[in-house]
Write a protein that binds this ligand. Structure first.
Ligand code: PDD
Length: 280
């Protein structure tokens, strides 16, 4: 693989970052994951906007402007011949002289790393036909989940808890209400209405979420952006998740209990189809 690190395209074995990098020592960094379909970037503009917002919220400088960033994404797709897959981007506050909680001097160059992940068949995933199983867990993340930071330990633990329970992923619950999935936004469908938590600091403002809700409204579907409980989810007709890596993915089981018929429902299936049609 050819990767990008701090201005250079290099074979992955040669790409290096300092042990004093604040991303490594303090999780002081932000990231984006953009999907590639048919060799084309999906919603790059949305990811670029969210990246700028994450950087601003953390007072972090970007080492590149958004046009350069687009060019790097395109170069990596080309160099690695990515037809379907993902591009991972990470920007950190850079490497300080030593370990120190205080931010380093303003002239410290940020670290930027990008790499591709080839995933042939990503859009035609068999999981989309069967649906996935989730468990519910307490949301123990920090309070600024709207910023896409690389602090992903709790979501990793959540996925391991799901695996141990024989499920595929976990939905996180705070004060009785579902926030989101470990790496995706969460939705239920009841009597034809699509329900998903409203935007705020409690969830990541998904780029796929924004597109899917726009397509749903354009198709005259009813959307309610409000908190919903885990009991409502278990009693729903359908459930699904959205993210750059799963697009729209039906959820058919929660905590061992079937949702609706226990098979992917018509609303989830239609939204997946519309999304992929529009984005391909
Ligand atoms: N995760 N919520 C969380 C906590 C996420 O980590 C993600 C994305 C989403 C969906 O956002 P988007 O639609 O912009 O991908 C929601 C990425 C895919 C990841 O960490 O791999």
């Amino acid at each position: 693989r050819t990767v990008y690190v701090n201005g250079q395209y290099l074979p992955e074995e040669e790409a290096k970052v300092s042990i004093f990098d604040r991303g490594f020592l303090f999780a002081d960094g932000v990231y984006e994951v953009t999907s590639v379909l048919g060799g084309k970037l999906v919603d790059f503009a949305g990811h670029a906007r969210r990246l700028e917002r994450s950087l601003t919220e953390l007072d972090m400088a970007s080492p590149v402007d958004m046009d350069e960033l687009l060019e790097i994404h395109r170069q990596l797709v080309e160099k690695n011949e990515i037809d379907e897959g993902l591009i991972y981007l990470q920007i950190t506050r850079g490497a300080a002289a030593d370990r120190d909680f205080a931010f380093p001097p303003e002239d410290t160059p940020p670290t930027i790393v990008l790499f591709t992940q080839s995933k042939p068949g990503l859009a035609d995933s068999p999981a989309a036909r069967t649906g996935i199983k989730v468990i519910s867990i307490e949301d123990q993340r920090w309070g600024r989940r709207d910023i896409k930071t690389v602090q992903l330990l709790y979501p990793s633990m959540g996925k391991m808890m799901a695996k141990a329970a024989g499920a595929d992923d976990a939905w996180m619950v705070e004060d009785g209400f579902v926030t989101e999935g470990t790496s995706n936004n969460a939705y239920i469908v009841k009597n034809g209405t699509i329900i998903t938590r409203h935007l705020g600091n409690e969830i990541l403002h998904g780029i796929t979420r924004a597109a899917v809700l726009r397509f749903a409204r354009e198709a005259q579907m009813t959307v309610e952006e409000r908190p919903f409980t885990i009991d409502e989810a278990k009693d729903a007709d359908e459930a699904f998740i959205t993210s750059a890596s799963s697009f729209v993915m039906p959820v058919v089981d929660m905590d061992g209990q079937a949702i609706g018929s226990g098979a992917p429902g018509p609303v989830s299936a239609r939204l997946r189809e519309i999304y992929l049609d529009e984005m391909r």
